[in-house]
Design a protein around this ligand. Structure first.
Ligand code: NAG
Ligand code: NAG
Ligand code: NAG
Length: 461
């Protein structure tokens, strides 16, 4: 009961100092909704029928009952979080070295492993199913806003393919496949390229040592039954290995010229949107085009860094916890810069910002028993025996808008006795901040590359 008293005191003082800001700065959630009990996939029927629109692809977490992939080797949360740190380290290294690199990767001479940038795949990713070829075959691919080149493993796997769920794509069985020639300007767009005979080679090596190399080619890509993209440029991977699980490849939704977004600028106007589901037992969506975007989306400018043209930069100005704006100098955010990324799991903040967030969050949670740290997550609680949990609402202030995170965007759940604040601090204040996929859960996130804005609204997933 002493704890309870403290808690009220914290609430009260927040309320007194910030009365105009926050009427209900705490949110109460049933513990069950953070931790679905059964391991079955439920996809909302109304979502399937009414949209968001008929250009919707179903998006699911790679591990869990909604995934089309075998769930034989599900990594532990420690493994997921440690792979997440590899991805972040790789992004930080890439950004820090970008200005003096400028596409100076060596040429590819063969199907050897290339030296080039790709954020590691980790395992915290989401999967969508797309069709490739004529007739179309379906493939489960990782969806990634942090890279550009789309690729799929291809027969005859000249050097090696890893094992995947669906049969490997065979270009000889498709009437619409063609190689891109070395002299094509499309070949020139690749960061890492080479020639085999007259055919263009592509290659990507990801920061964890995973890689894909093969022929750069054109093929019909089918996103939904009503939506085909002829002559879509992709990597037909003949030498691939790494942490891709059983996925057939990757859908590159970065901003650079080789990405799906850039290739379909005429068709979709540079617009796509998604909703990441709250847990691995429900489904989300990925949409292309602006035909039926909801109106309740608030936009913030999309910023550009010409040294790292793949990334979606946003202007993060501040954070509030329980309705109270943290006192963090805006230069803490502006010195580091911030991107939004679908493949990073946990949001990374500059050290001073994370420490202010953690302090405020802990102050609002003193009524709960603490639990040991989980890998990079140092603020964890034991909710055993609680039927509901009250936590302070966390909001991001982005240039021109405020985004309230969903409850699924605040917590990372290992088990009821270990539920952690899903944020981590960078070690170096100059390292890029990253808005990760946990914080994006259940939001409708809209990317509009033509208007140079990113929007946030409540998601319907
Ligand atoms: C997609 O939606 C549009 C507008 O609602 C409709 O006219 C069209 O018939 C739909 N297409 C399919 C294939 O359902
Ligand atoms: C591919 O997926 C679509 C949409 O889920 C489905 O309608 C179609 O039957 C699938 N095709 C094959 C060949 O499995
Ligand atoms: C593409 O290039 C590879 C390697 O040169 C070759 O084996 C294959 O037949 C080519 N495919 C087509 C459709 O030209």
């Amino acid at each position: 009961m002493a704890c309870h008293g403290n808690f009220l005191f914290v609430l009260l003082s927040l309320h007194l100092t910030l009365a105009p800001l926050a009427r209900s700065s705490m949110h109460t959630v049933d513990l069950d909704s953070l931790m679905p009990a059964d391991n079955t996939c439920s996809s909302p029927e109304d979502l399937k029928e009414s949209g968001p629109d008929n250009l919707s692809l179903q998006l699911v977490h790679r591990h869990g009952p909604c995934s089309p992939l075998d769930q034989e080797e599900i990594p532990t949360h420690e493994q997921i979080l440690s792979q997440d740190q590899s991805r972040v380290d790789s992004i930080h290294h890439h950004v820090a070295t970008a200005s003096n690199r400028r596409k100076a990767y060596g040429p590819l001479n063969s199907l050897e492993i290339p030296a080039s940038y790709g954020a590691p795949m980790g395992t915290g990713n989401y999967i969508v199913s797309v069709g490739l070829g004529t007739p179309a075959k379906n493939f489960s691919v990782v969806f990634d806003t942090g890279s550009d080149v789309t690729w799929i493993q291809c027969k005859p796997c000249v050097t090696a393919c890893y094992s995947q769920q669906e049969p490997i794509f065979d270009p000889t069985q498709s009437s619409t496949y063609s190689n891109i020639s070395c002299s094509s300007s499309y070949c020139d767009q690749l960061d890492t390229k080479g020639c085999s005979g007259s055919s263009c080679l592509y290659g990507v090596q990801y920061g964890d040592g995973s890689y894909t190399v093969g022929f750069y080619a054109q093929e019909t890509l089918t996103l939904t039954s009503s939506d085909m993209i002829p002559n879509f440029r992709f990597g037909c991977g003949e030498n691939n290995d790494g942490l891709f699980g059983k996925a057939a490849g990757l859908l590159g939704l970065g901003r650079d010229q080789t990405s799906l977004v850039s290739q379909t600028l005429g068709k979709y106007g540079g617009v796509f949107s998604y909703c990441l589901p709250a847990t691995s037992t429900s489904t989300g969506y990925l949409n292309f085009g602006s035909s039926s975007l909801p109106t309740n989306v608030k936009y913030t400018p999309l910023l550009t860094n010409s040294d790292t043209p793949t990334f979606y930069y946003l202007n993060l100005l501040g954070i509030s916890v329980g309705g109270k704006q943290l006192s963090i100098s805006p230069t803490v955010f502006s010195n580091a810069g911030t991107i939004i990324d679908s493949g990073t799991v946990i949001t990374r903040l500059p050290p001073d910002a994370y420490s202010a967030l953690r302090t405020a969050f802990r102050q609002a949670m003193t009524r709960y028993k603490t639990a040991p740290a989980l890998s990079i997550l140092d603020t964890c609680y034991d909710f055993t025996g609680q039927s509901s949990v009250s936590y302070p609402i966390i909001s991001f202030f982005l240039s021109g808008t405020k985004v309230d995170l969903d409850e699924a965007g605040v917590f990372y759940v290992n088990k009821p006795s270990q539920v952690c604040l899903a944020f981590a601090g960078n070690s170096d204040p100059s390292d890029l901040g990253i808005i990760g996929n946990v914080q994006q859960r259940k939001l409708n996130v809209v990317y509009d590359v033509s208007r140079k804005v990113v929007g946030f609204g409540p998601g319907t997933c």
